[in-house]
Design a protein around this ligand. Structure first.
Ligand code: PMP
Length: 287
């Protein structure tokens, strides 16, 4: 059975799903998105992603396309129609379709909503996590509102491509003061020399990762200590462990930064344990 996409109120074959050429997401990146992991066909961290969606939309004065409850039903229906058990759900909401003009359409137009569902090979993801991945660093060059999850991802795409070309899996942005902000599609963490977990605070210009937030909860539930404080790439290589978090990678161990080993250059016990604990918690709370 083929993939099915949701476009503005209709489920259509994926290959035939289209948006208008004057969709403001297409012309101005005037759109936001969310990604949910699926465990056994159920949405992981449902409320966290919905809350961030509402916040992103509100920061841009775009209306929620429908209520939270209705949106949850549509997301679940999209999953059901695609018969995906382990995978990802992508939701994008743009300001809508209007004749090209930088200023918002007045009166406002209906936001345009798109949902796609994709399958993920979890065995391959587990193998990747067991081996650990490399990251490269790139200069931070994004705008000042990375807390809004917009589809304006060109710097992120360029950074990810740099990583790919270097045989790495992720790129970490580094700010003017030499501190890691976050990854191109993930949040960055270390287990420092003293064994303390560290990740950047969300007053910085970063995305408030939902996986990050759930993991902070898991960490505290397990009596571990965490500092929401920035670190440099040199601190990462001097650290015991490093890892990244995102809805698509969960907790993914990082074993090298710019080709230099993190700690002993192997996947460490803290990242492995946190990956297991995060997945347990996400499975238990998925809807
Ligand atoms: N930072 C950026 C720039 C991202 O694109 C993502 C993934 N959406 C994250 C962090 C991680 O966020 P989440 O855990 O909500 O997927």
């Amino acid at each position: 059975m083929g993939r099915i996409a949701y476009v503005n109120g209709r489920f259509v074959p994926h290959g035939e799903a289209t948006v208008h050429i004057e969709d403001r997401g297409y012309q101005f990146a005037d759109a936001v998105y969310e990604v949910w992991a699926l465990f056994d066909g159920r949405l992981a961290d449902p409320e966290g992603h919905l809350a961030r969606l509402e916040r992103s939309l509100s920061e841009l004065s775009i209306a929620m396309p429908m209520s939270r409850a209705a949106l949850t039903m549509v997301l679940k229906e999209a999953v059901r129609r695609n018969r995906v058990s382990e995978g990802l759900v992508y939701l994008q909401v743009s300001r809508g379709v209007a004749p090209r003009d930088h200023a918002f359409p007045n009166p406002p137009v209906r936001p345009a909503t798109v949902i796609t569902v994709s399958r993920v090979d979890r065995a391959a993801s587990e193998a990747k996590a067991a081996k650990g991945v490399g990251v490269v660093t790139v200069a931070e060059n994004r705008w000042g509102r990375c807390d809004i999850k917009t589809v304006g991802l060109l710097p992120n795409a360029l950074a990810k491509q740099k990583a790919r070309a270097a045989g790495a899996v992720e790129a970490w942005f580094v700010d003017d003061l030499g501190f890691v902000t976050e990854g191109s599609s993930s949040n960055a963490w270390i287990v420092d020399r003293d064994g303390r977990l560290r990740t950047r605070d969300t007053n910085a210009n970063i995305l408030r990762g939902v996986t990050r937030l759930t993991l902070l909860d898991v960490i505290r539930q397990n009596g571990l200590e965490v500092d929401e404080r920035p670190f440099t790439p040199a601190e990462a290589t001097a650290a015991k462990e490093a890892f990244i978090t995102s809805a698509s990678s969960f907790v993914l161990p990082v074993v090298s930064v710019d080709g230099k080993a993190v700690g002993e250059g192997k996947v460490g016990p803290v990242a492995s344990r946190l990956r297991r604990l995060y997945i347990e918690q996400a499975k238990a709370t998925a809807i």
